[in-house]
Design a protein around this ligand. Structure first.
Ligand code: ZN
Length: 199
């Protein structure tokens, strides 16, 4: 810094953005570096400089011990989605929320750990399987037909395996864990799940 020039008294607009994102999302320095086309060291320097200039760096709150799902925007969105649809992959969630898969996985795992979503929520990896299970649940077609439609020869056994895992694929059961969820919701400190249009 410096090299004869007077250092600026405040962060540039871009650097402020970087600090803001560093503070409010679980994005890593490397990720931010990529986004802003700079080296990871540069991001680090910006954060250090921000601290010196009196900016609050509250990154810690995003680490596991400090992460509070109730106040986490990502968790709230995941939670709202989960209330509507239990059959979803983390990849689909990530797309829905326009965040990276890894970030999404991290927040989902936090929600599972705290019991805000069932342990088996978004544990299925395959988008195709999730679509097949949704289709099975929402249409009254014979199991074999659903399997054929999605290219599964052994859909019947896949179904019973998922049921055994506790995945709710009961036909006609709409948002599948909604009933458990409704009971629990009263005790949950989340805001009510009505602003779902934003998803
Ligand atoms: Zn979160």
């Amino acid at each position: 810094m410096g090299r004869g020039r007077k250092p600026a008294k405040d962060l540039s607009f871009r650097d402020k953005k970087i600090v803001e994102r560093y503070n409010s999302t679980p994005e890593t320095m490397s990720r931010l570096a990529k986004t802003y086309g700079m080296s990871k060291q540069r991001v680090f320097q910006i954060v250090v400089r921000a601290k010196k200039l009196g900016y609050v760096i509250k990154r810690k709150e995003l680490l596991t011990d400090h992460h509070d799902a109730r106040h986490c925007e990502v968790c709230n969105k995941i939670f709202q989605t989960a209330g509507k649809e239990n059959l979803v992959t983390t990849r689909q969630l990530a797309q829905l929320l326009s965040i990276e898969d890894k970030i999404c996985q991290w927040h989902v795992s936090q929600l599972r750990k705290t019991g805000y979503v069932p342990k088996n929520f978004a544990t299925i990896r395959s988008d195709r399987l999730v679509k097949a299970l949704q289709f099975y649940r929402d249409h009254s077609l014979p199991t074999n037909d659903v399997g054929r439609k999605f290219g599964y020869k052994n859909f019947y056994s896949i179904l019973s395996y998922q049921k055994k895992k506790g995945i709710n694929v009961e036909r006609g059961s709409k948002p599948a864990f909604m009933s458990d969820f409704e009971q629990e919701k009263r005790t949950l400190p989340f805001p009510t799940v009505n602003q779902t249009e934003s998803l």
